[in-house]
Every structure is written in C-alpha cells, then in structure tokens.
Design a protein around this ligand. Sequence first.
Ligand code: PLP
Length: 411
Amino acid sequence: MTDFPSSHALFQRASAVIPGGLYGHTQPAATLPGVFPYFAASASGARFRDVDGREYLDFMCGYGPVVLGHADPALEDAVAGVRSRGLCFSLPSEPLVELAEELTRRIDFADWAVFGKNGSDMTTWALQVAREATGRRKILHIKGVYHGVDAWITPGHGGIIPEDRSHIHSFPWNDADGAAKLFEQFRGDIAAVFVTPYHHPSYAASEFAQPAFFPRLRQLCDEANALLILDDIRVGFRLHNGGSHIPFGLRPDLSCYCKAMANGYAISACVGREPFRKAARQVFLTGSYWNDPVALTAALYTLKRLETENIPDHLERMGQRLAVGLKTAAAEVGLGFELTGPGTAPYPIFHDDANLFKIQKFCAAALKQGLFFHPHHNWFLCAAHTEGEIDEAIERAKPAFAEAAAREGSR
Ligand SMILES: Cc1ncc(COP(=O)(O)O)c(C=O)c1O
C-alpha cells in the first residue's frame, strides 16, 4: 500500500503516454523509487504540496530556479501587468534591452548579453561562439560535470554517435596539469575550456577549487588564445549579485546563467567580453519563446530583489545554520553528517557511507517528517527559508537521523 495513491495513479497514466513515465531528473529512479511522491500540486514560500495533499518544507526549490520563494506575491504583482498586455509578440519588447543592460551593469566583465530559455541553450551556444571566435574544434571540460542535454555533453547514452564527442575532452576537477597535457596534445586546436564555479557533481560531495586551479586554467587559455567559459547556471546570482566568478576569483570570457535569474520563469543568459561580440553575432540564436516579456520582466525584478535585499548573504547564513543544526542533530545519535559546498546549495553526505545507504535512508525518513531533501543532488535554499523554517527543518530531521542510525545499527 503506497502513501502516495494519487502520485502513483498519475504515474500509471503517464507511463501509458510518456516514454518511461517521467524523464530526466524527475524520473522515480533519480530519487528513491516508491518512497518519494512523483507529482506536485501547488507551492508557496518555502513549502509545496504533492498531489496527495502532503505538505513539505522544500529544500530543492524546483532544482534551483526558486530563489525568492514559491509564488512570490510581489514578483507575481510585478509581472501581472506585463502578462495582461500579451505574451508572445511578433517583435521583441523593451525588457529584452533592459535586461541586457542590467546584466552588463552587474557582471564586471560583461560587455554584451543574449538570452535563451534553458541552461542547455546557452552552454551549447557558448561552445559555438568559442569555435567561431577561434576557428578551432576542441572543447575541454571537467570530468563528471553537467552542462546540459545536448549531444556534445549529455550524461545519457541514447542517440549519441562517437562523432558528437570526437572533439570533446575532459580532465579531473582541480587537475590543472591534466588540462595542461590536453593543451599540449591538441596544441592550436583548443577553442575553449568549460568550468563551473565549484565542482557540484551528483552522487558526490561538492568541492571548491584549490587556489592555483583557476589562475592556471586562465593562464593556459591566455597562452593558447582559447576561451575560458564559466557555466554558472546552477548557482549564478545565488552566491554573489555579480556572478559566482567574483567570490572564486575567476576571470571568464563568457558566462552562462539560468536557474536563479527569474524565480522559476523560463529564462537563461550568456554574457561575454567585447572581443567575442563579433563571434556572438555570427552564431545564429533564436527560439519560439525567447523574447517572452514576462520572463524578461521576472528576471529584472528577481535580480533587483536579490541585490536590494542582499539575498545571497541570507541564503549563505541560512545554509550555514542548517549545516550546523543537521550536523549536531546527527552527532547526537552517533552519525557523522555534513553539508558540503556553499550554504545556498548544500550537498549532503554521511561519513562511512560508500554505498550511499545512509543518505538514502535518512532522506526517506526525512520525507515522512515533511522534509523534501534529495539524497544524490545538491539541495537549494530560497529567501523564504527564514530562521524559523531552518530550525523547524532541524527539529523535524531529528527523528529521521534516529531512524537512519537505528536501521544502520540493526543491519
Ligand atoms: C551546471 C549546469 N549547467 C547546465 C545545466 C542545464 O540547464 P537546463 O536544465 O536548464 O538546460 C544545468 C542544469 O541543471 C546545470 O546545473
């Protein structure tokens, strides 16, 4: 007997008409099959309800886009007027220009900006800009990184031919020597190196860059006239209002943003330096919905709120409070637990948990306490997580840690 009859019934219907029932990161296999609900019904602030009417304190925030809080009333007011005047014009509208002006104002190295709808739109376009700017083929990236769903980089296997990847090469995080070897091997043919501001793989702890890593990559790119591209899609504007390259001291040539730009409205961006404006103009860029004035206005509004309310600072403080509280609660029942990575996007690990059994048990038990934690993906905080929500989460997590510890002991 399932705790989620409506979720399961919807999944049965989905399985008849959608290949695999659900796909991507929302498919049941990506969390804990049979343990998590599959469908949400509504959300507000830091909470959401599933289709069976259960409410959760949400620590996934739509996998990152929700940075103010679900259904933020002031944001919805700000976009309501724009929405009422039409969604999809035959020409672009003023917010397109305003948002490009805003990004070039707040991002110190940005001289221009373009927009898409999803992160993958921008990483693939940035790859093409690098090839256009350099006339070269090779792209380097970090092993195990996620840059989107397109053939050059998707973690999936279906529909890929070897040629899709024949000029894509990887090196381990923090291994500048590994990157240098590839620069040597493909001398004169490297168009760009993709990096993320810190390493945030699934199924493993988040890892920051060693002090010499980014400077050395910058030097390798400069010496070879290759571009350094920052994929800041996961945490861009969550860590710093000017982009994540600032706290980590990185100097990119192009940078891609998406998730936290517009509190859930669909928009992504790529910004770049002046020398790459010509190449950017040459690479065709369009989409049916890419000039949507509602998403552009939502981005203008969200970015402004992030700055005027200093939300990145709030997210870090709330994340640190959660980290300390959960670690202490785990220690009380004899478990070693920590949140890795920045406070705004913490990744959970138990010590001595090579098979990830403990984290799965804990997240399953936490779900029963009304906490939506993911066992294998970084979590996300939003501005609606106040001290009250964080302390509530820590209290609710206590029985979940006890359950994880008891089950572990009884194995
Ligand atoms: C670092 C990073 N790059 C690219 C993407 C792809 O973005 P999207 O799913 O919007 O295409 C993601 C999405 O999770 C991401 O985290």
